[in-house]
Design a protein around this ligand. Structure first.
Ligand code: AMP
Ligand code: MG
Length: 200
């Protein structure tokens, strides 16, 4: 029993979590068994266990500021935990994560070779959205300590993600799909993702 792994990327504020909630809700109606595992949740669990960060509502936004070597170490542990979940599951495990994390040390790859090889994803899906939607979503989300980047930075990050995804595809043989999301079309983005999962 090993689940099909689909890794979903998307810069903060793109609406990734919303698309994935919709996907979990509609997948059973399409005869699909789908489970979402959030990589950030695993990182948070480990970081809190090891007292690397303070708890609290915005704790997950402290993770990318932890010293780099430690981030890499807990990233590896989190990847292994998720690989184990997938090994013990059937159907599809969607991993909600980031291909490149903006850290004070530069962009950190979300799937270095050891994580990519542990997860063995079949599909890499990048969720993208219009810059205006991303900025307004980041500004509205008071539960998070989002980086309020200027437009150029967001554009760069979104562009870099495509390159990053291709690098992960090179390591894993996975396919790369780009899914456009907009506030009004979350349903469509989710349908596209489901279609993609069904095609495999
Ligand atoms: P999220 O809620 O998806 O924004 O994730 C919260 C935080 O978890 C991110 O800001 C990153 O610091 C961390 N994180 C998520 N996925 C990864 C990954 N694959 N590698 C390293 N850190 C990650
Ligand atoms: Mg999210």
């Amino acid at each position: 029993m090993v689940a099909n792994i689909v890794v979903v990327f998307g810069i903060p504020g793109v609406g990734k979590t919303t698309v994935l909630s919709e996907t979990v809700e509609t997948a059973p109606k399409e005869g699909l068994k789908v489970q979402v595992v959030n990589f950030g949740d695993k990182m948070l669990e480990v970081a809190l266990e090891e007292k690397l960060i303070e708890g609290g509502e915005k704790a997950r936004d402290q993770i990318r500021r932890i010293p780099l070597e430690t981030q890499r170490r807990i990233q590896r542990i989190s990847g292994e935990k998720i690989a184990k979940i997938a090994e013990e599951s059937e159907g599809t495990v969607i991993v909600d994560t980031h291909v490149l994390i903006q850290t004070p040390f530069g962009y950190l790859t979300g799937l270095p070779v050891w994580v990519a090889e542990a997860l063995k994803p079949n599909i890499l899906a990048i969720i993208e959205a219009k810059i205006e939607e991303i900025t307004s979503r980041r500004a509205k989300d008071l539960t998070r300590e989002r980086d309020l980047d200027e437009e150029e930075k967001i554009k760069e990050h979104q562009k870099m993600n495509r390159w990053g995804a291709v690098c992960v595809a090179t390591l894993t043989g996975a396919t790369v799909a780009i899914i456009e999301n907009s506030e009004k079309k979350v349903g469509e983005a989710s349908k596209t993702l489901i279609k993609l999962i069904k095609s495999h």
